[in-house]
Design a protein around this ligand. Structure first.
Ligand code: ADP
Ligand code: ZN
Length: 792
């Protein structure tokens, strides 16, 4: 639209259109405020959740926003006040309605308001995040036009006489013949035009004369998203006693129609998934539907197939879908065509019309937390949504988070159920500690696989059984360093060391630049900004030969190939997954074409391979070195989780845990399979430091390319925080501003202010206080993270 038109559109003459309603609009792009607009009567009725196009800002640029409230007012009050309440504006008018019906139900709108307030995020941004981009852009959808008569049958002859155009007459007669008197019997425009043999002109004329009406229908191609391949037998198992008790409990909760949360704490293979399925079957019987959330990496073909073998109308939402597929799935859910939605974090926003249950599997998983605004935790939003819908929410885990355990103890609508045994009395795998301090070859950095683990692998291969090895580090080595002057290769943009990645197919050429010869077999990568550079053979500072230490999954793959040349080894990490072979590798493994699967923690979840009898954790210590208060918890979870991959059948499983820190509590308790012992120990520690689950945390991260500007902004932020604390007399501890653990990412310096409060409500008071005078354009970038998942 040209400038001239835009201007003209809002000039006085056109403002004659009468408006009896005012709507409030939230924009994705705008500041933390919403704006009022007049709604021309021709657009009435409208509901919250529909998108509109409106002129915005001084230049009246057309923008799309969500209608969030509708109010009836007199035209005379068009001089209304925006909710900022500061100035009187003459209200502008809505130009266009984008959605014929709300994209979000009132239940989801309420959820959006809660997220906006709890996670301190502008409402427009929250709403934008709740609807997939593919839906908003209508990817893969085309609109078809349909034509029908809007005059009574007895008047047709009379009207046809008055029509001068021959084609117009033909069209009316044809529509009459086909009985197109209501929208339900309308004829598709293109085939109608072809039938009559004319262009669109006669149709336009007829519509002007109000003889016919044009209706639009959105057509979506249906696309298969349930992967084929691994077949799963949908055999019904007989529940054991613990399972039956849990199911009875769920049934009562579902029947009550009340909000409640149940933590299902059961070791891997205790039959949790089977219980989710049974509970869902129950919900479907009541005519309602269910959402199942899984961590992205657990959304494997296996899991999806297991659900689709038991439910007919299932929709999936995960990152592997194309935009068009995502739109199709969403529309299917919205129209009530799916009973069960299974998906990753954002599936918590699935627009199911009659929600009856939400399941969050692996509730402790950090990947439920979104790391961009809105910084929500999918698990916590699931609980809130269940509350708004008055339904049951089941949280499942073998290693529940400390937060959820403490909720079970202190909150009245939380309850805890345990499944302490593996199904069919499968034995727990044997845990074997390997103290790396006593293994010379590993200590010297020569090998990653200790002799006992190598021996275990040899026996496993001899029995034609399979093994999974876990090393939670991508690449080849994560330190490229000079043994003589101690210089390490750092990222130019970030405050981190670079990781060496070997080329999958080594190049046999020599690389020379002005700085000398470079290593040709790979390159250095920054895991934060993804920058890549060549690696010089010699230190640029002192000329000594560079060395590589710190070991990654590529290095492990290499060592396996050397030690077990006759075995088929495959690597799975996000690098190898990027090449798209992930699902093929998993299939090959499940069908026995791969003997050893080596990789990062992607391997730890959602996989069921009965022939795996050995699991090796190459370094149980990797997580422990993270400078984060959840390091112990993560370590314990990882070991327990991976261990669960071993011996998922009658064959006995063994787990080898290699560590330099065998006395570290997380490792000691994980080896003993002592969950309660670990929790008790960890809680002591958290209590002393006022950390979650006792207190709540918020991290304000400020970043900017200019350090001075950042420092100034940080002190100002701290002053503002202190001001609100004094004004509201809040009980909190504030630390910082201080440099973040990773003090620079992508050339942005990062500083943090950490706030600790005994209750969430206090954090909310503090941030809502700050929010009221938040500038439209902050000088530096500010991110507020409520209930952060880490402090990096
Ligand atoms: P979890 O989710 O706790 O890891 P699953 O529900 O996936 O456990 O159960 C593990 C395996 O055991 C699955 O193949 C499942 O079909 C099977 N299973 C579940 N419950 C029983 C049972 N009561 N008897 C026999 N097999 C069962
Ligand atoms: Zn970087």
């Amino acid at each position: 639209m040209s400038k001239y038109q835009t201007k003209n559109l809002f000039s006085e003459e056109i403002e004659e259109t009468s408006c009896h309603h005012i709507i409030r609009v939230a924009f994705e792009s705008a500041a933390d405020t919403e704006f009022d607009y007049l709604l021309p009567d021709e657009y009435w009725p409208i509901e919250a959740g529909q998108r509109v196009e409106v002129p915005f800002g001084k230049k009246n640029k057309l923008e799309i926003g969500f209608c969030i409230a509708v109010e009836k007012r007199d035209y005379s009050t068009e001089f209304a006040v925006t909710n900022a309440g500061k100035r009187q504006f003459k209200l502008k008018k809505v130009v266009k309605i984008i959605d014929k019906e709300p994209l979000l139900s009132s239940e989801l709108m309420n959820l959006a308001h809660w997220i906006s307030s709890y996670y301190v995020c502008p409402l427009g941004q929250v709403l934008a995040a709740m609807v997939p981009a593919a839906v908003k852009r209508a990817v893969g959808a085309r609109t078809e036009k349909y034509i029908y008569l809007v005059i009574a049958a007895e008047n047709i002859v009379e009207i046809a006489k008055q029509l001068r155009g021959k084609k117009q007459k033909q069209i009316v007669e044809h529509l009459q013949e086909k009985g197109a008197f209501i929208s339900g019997a309308a004829l598709e425009l293109q085939s109608l035009l072809a039938e009559i043999g004319c262009g669109k002109e006669p149709i336009k004329k007829l519509a002007q004369k109000q003889v016919i009406k044009v209706a639009e229908k959105t057509i979506l191609k249906s696309l298969p998203v349930i992967p084929r391949g691994m077949s799963i037998k949908a055999e019904k198992v007989v529940l054991n006693e613990d399972q039956q008790k849990a199911l009875d409990y769920f049934k009562d909760e579902i029947e009550s129609g009340q909000f409640s949360v149940t933590l299902l704490h059961g070791v891997t293979d205790s039959g949790k998934t089977e219980l989710y399925i049974r509970a869902i079957e129950d919900v479907l019987r009541t005519g309602k539907s269910a959402i199942v959330l899984l961590p992205e990496i657990a959304l494997t073909t296996q899991t999806i197939q297991r659900f689709s073998a038991r439910f007919e109308k299932i929709a999936v939402m995960h990152s592997g879908l194309t935009a068009a597929q995502r739109n199709v799935q969403w529309q299917k859910i919205k129209s009530g065509d799916a009973d069960v939605v299974i998906g990753a974090r954002s599936a918590v926003f699935a627009p199911l019309p009659r929600l009856g249950l939400i399941v969050v599997d692996e509730e402790h998983e950090p990947s439920y937390k979104q790391d961009t605004a809105p910084r929500y935790n999918g698990r916590d939003v699931a609980i809130k949504r269940a509350q708004l819908a008055n339904t049951l929410c089941i949280l499942g885990s073998a290693t529940p988070s400390l937060e959820t355990l403490s909720n079970c103890r202190s909150k009245k609508y939380f309850s805890l159920l345990r499944l302490p045994k593996r199904v069919m009395n499968l034995p727990m795998p044997e845990m074997r500690l390997i103290d790396l301090r006593q293994i010379g070859s590993v200590q010297k950095g020569i090998s990653l696989i200790s002799e006992p683990l190598a021996e275990g692998l040899k026996q496993t291969l001899a029995k034609r059984e399979q093994a999974i090895l876990l090393l939670n580090r991508r690449g080849y080595s994560n330190f490229i360093f000079c043994p003589s002057c101690k210089h390490t290769l750092q990222c130019r943009n970030c405050d981190v060391t670079l990781t060496f990645h070997r080329l999958e197919v080594p190049a046999h050429r020599e690389i020379r630049t002005v700085t000398g010869k470079h290593i040709a077999s790979g390159y250095a990568v920054c895991h934060y900004c993804l920058a890549q550079t060549l690696v010089p053979e010699k230190c640029l500072l002192c000329g000594a030969r560079l060395a590589m230490i710190g070991l990654g999954s590529q290095r492990l793959e290499e060592e396996l190939a050397m030690k077990f040349p006759q075995a088929n080894v495959s690597r799975v990490d996000s690098d190898s997954m990027a090449s798209g072979d992930y699902y093929k590798v998993l299939r090959d493994f499940s069908e026995g074409r791969i003997d050893i699967l080596a990789g990062t923690q992607m391997l730890a979840k959602g996989l069921h391979f009965p022939n795996v009898t050995l699991v090796g954790i190459i370094s149980a210590d990797t997580c422990l070195y993270l400078p984060d208060f959840r390091a112990n918890e993560r370590t314990f979870q990882l070991i327990s989780q991976v261990a669960g991959r071993a011996g998922r059948s009658a064959k006995k499983g063994t787990v080898f845990v290699q560590t330099f820190l065998p006395d570290q509590p997380a490792i000691k308790f994980a080896l003993a399979g002592d969950f309660d012992g670990f929790i008790k120990e960890e809680l002591k520690h958290r209590k002393v430091c006022n950390l979650p689950p006792f207190w709540r945390l918020a991290v304000v991260t400020l970043r900017d390319r200019t350090f001075d500007r950042l420092e100034t902004a940080c002190s100002r932020m701290r002053e503002k925080i202190d001001l609100v604390i004094r004004r509201e007399k809040l009980k909190v501890i504030v630390r910082g501003p201080m440099p973040a653990v990773i003090s620079r990412i992508q050339r942005f310096h990062r500083m943090q202010i950490i706030v600790q409060a005994p209750q969430a409500s206090i954090l909310r008071e503090l941030f809502n206080g700050l929010r009221q005078d938040r500038p439209v354009r902050p000088v530096v970038k500010v991110a507020i993270d409520i209930d952060p998942i880490n402090l990096l």
